[in-house]
Design a protein. Sequence first.
Length: 108
Amino acid sequence: MLPPQASSHCVTIIAVTHDREIYNLIDISGQTDAKAIRKRILTELHIPEDLRPYFEIYRTELGGSTIGDALDDDGLLIDCQHFGDDRATLKFLAQRVNTPTDTPSTLQ
């Protein structure tokens, strides 16, 4: 009997960026908690914890603009579950939200 092997359809890798130039790959295989995925994205992009509430996450394409509106937790999880694959074809952009009280950010 052969040992069980992980199949490629169980692997989910996403690509994330905050500048549309450099993408980081994140393995979110088996993840079912949208808040954990959001935290992982922002952590991977080295977004300081105190600034994370000011960032929204959008679907994007390489070299392209955002696709649709900012994703809430349900939308983020649905996109990851339905469009995520083992080749990182699903890409996200984390972008700071401008608020009237914003001061110039040190994060570019």
